[in-house]
Design a protein around this ligand. Structure first.
Ligand code: FAD
Length: 393
């Protein structure tokens, strides 16, 4: 293992020479996020360079093995990297469902050919992935899904639809749950497939939200041909892969409550916006709420770190990810309630102004979805009750 202090100096030096100045600021609007993919239009040359340079180091997926394009870093090194990125307020070079969801499932259950085919393009942000789990009658009760894949000898023929596909219209490939054995018990006849969405057999329809925007689509598969070598894990055993991926999705969503690269601590924002005497805010209620929030955030961060160490030591994260998901999403909602209170009426400006082109109110509204996506809070509490506390179902 590399000496952490030496590694910190190396990272600091590298970031100094490679992170463009314009990438050392928090997002000003949702449009600043880089999602990569075949059709992604970079906002600037700096944004393109930042992704190219960070991914060449493997640092867009720092824990993945180097043979698949990852950084091959150990946990301590990842902490150092994260701290150094935060120190210069570097914004994420890539947002990616491939990294946060599919990759871990591929690493655990995928064949060597699949890993070679899919992981390096994910690290480089060349392919954008969409998640095809939910269906009109299969959300919380996901195993009731009806999209069907029929065995045609050398391939599967998939028919059915998905709903609430985040950025379904922008996805290049989809990872998707389908029923391969309609006779089996509902958890046992499901397979986990992947397919290229760039075919007339896959179509999407936007689901408009009250904001007028549409991050979601319905997604339709009509006689879609899926090669048999694009099934992760065993046929009819996709539920195991799906659940494993969900633990990573939940961990990723839980992390929305944590401090991340490119974000400024709430306490600093409060001092900047409201002013303070010797670093102390005058509004004592807000001061207490912020202090409580920062302490709770720190506790969650340390608890997640401890859990990661346990995973490294062979303990399965499993149901604990539900606990983190529940708590992290509630924390993120608290963060944005506080930010709204700090900015007062300025926080309500929808376009332009102090709220950075409506970034604040739009993100505040978006946080409400955190406790629904990846399994609702009620479902997480059910899992915690049954699988962690051992309460009767
Ligand atoms: C921002 C966002 C992004 C999303 N992105 C994707 C995506 O990319 N791909 C994808 O496949 N899906 C996506 N989803 C869908 C998401 O996974 C589902 O919305 C979620 O699983 C809940 O399912 P549902 O909407 O069908 O609600 P339902 O399952 O119908 O639940 C309705 C209500 O009943 C409660 N409830 C249901 N069952 C129980 C129970 N057993 N005990 C107690 N309460 C219960 C729920 O908590 C909820 O309050 C996204 C959702 C959101 C909000």
């Amino acid at each position: 293992m590399t000496n952490p202090d030496k590694f910190r100096l190396e990272v600091r030096d590298w970031l100094e020479g490679n992170c463009p100045e314009s990438m050392r600021h928090p997002y000003a609007s949702e449009a600043d996020a880089c999602w990569g993919g075949r059709h992604f239009k970079f906002q600037s040359e700096d944004q393109r360079l930042w992704l190219e340079r960070l991914s060449a180091q493997g640092w867009t997926a720092p824990t993945w093995p180097q043979q698949y394009g990852g950084g091959g870093l150990d946990r301590k090194q990842v902490m150092v990297l994260k701290e150094e990125l935060m120190r210069i307020h570097a914004r994420p070079a890539l947002e990616s469902f491939g990294i946060s969801m599919l990759g871990p499932a591929l690493l655990k259950f995928g064949s060597e050919e699949m890993k070679q085919q899919h992981l390096p393009p994910i690290v480089r942000g060349e392919i954008r992935w969409a998640q095809g789990y939910s269906e009109p009658n299969a959300g919380s009760d996901l195993a009731s899904l009806q999209a069907r894949a029929e065995d045609q000898g050398d391939h599967y023929l998939v028919n059915g639809s998905k709903v609430w596909t985040s950025y379904g219209d922008k996805g290049d490939w989809m990872f998707c749950l389908v029923r391969t054995d309609p006779e089996a018990k509902k958890h046992e006849g499901i397979s986990f497939v992947m397919f290229d969405m760039d075919t007339p057999a896959v179509s999407t329809r936007p689901i408009k939200l009250i904001s007028g925007k549409s991050p979601f689509t319905e997604t339709f598969m009509d006689d879609l041909r899926v090669d048999k070598d694009q099934i992760i894990g065993e046929v009819n055993q996709g539920w195991t892969v799906a659940k494993y991926l969900l633990t990573h999705e939940r961990e990723m969503i839980a992390a929305t409550g944590l401090s991340r690269a490119g974000s400024t601590p709430v306490s600093k924002i409060a001092v900047h916006v409201l002013g303070a005497e010797n670093g102390v805010l005058h509004n004592s209620i807000l001061r207490t709420d912020i202090a409580r929030f920062e302490m709770d955030r720190e506790c969650l961060e340390l608890t997640i770190e401890r859990a990661r160490d346990e995973v490294k030591a062979g303990v399965s994260l499993g149901a604990v990810s539900s606990l983190f998901k529940y708590y992290g999403t509630e924390l993120n909602k608290r963060r944005y309630e506080l930010l709204m209170a700090i900015h007062g009426t300025d926080a309500l400006v929808w376009e332009g102004g102090e709220s950075r082109d409506g970034y604040l109110p739009k993100t505040w509204l978006r946080t409400k979805g955190n406790s629904i996506e990846g399994g609702t809070s009620e479902i997480q509490l059910n899992i915690v009750a049954k699988r962690i506390l051992g309460l009767p179902g």
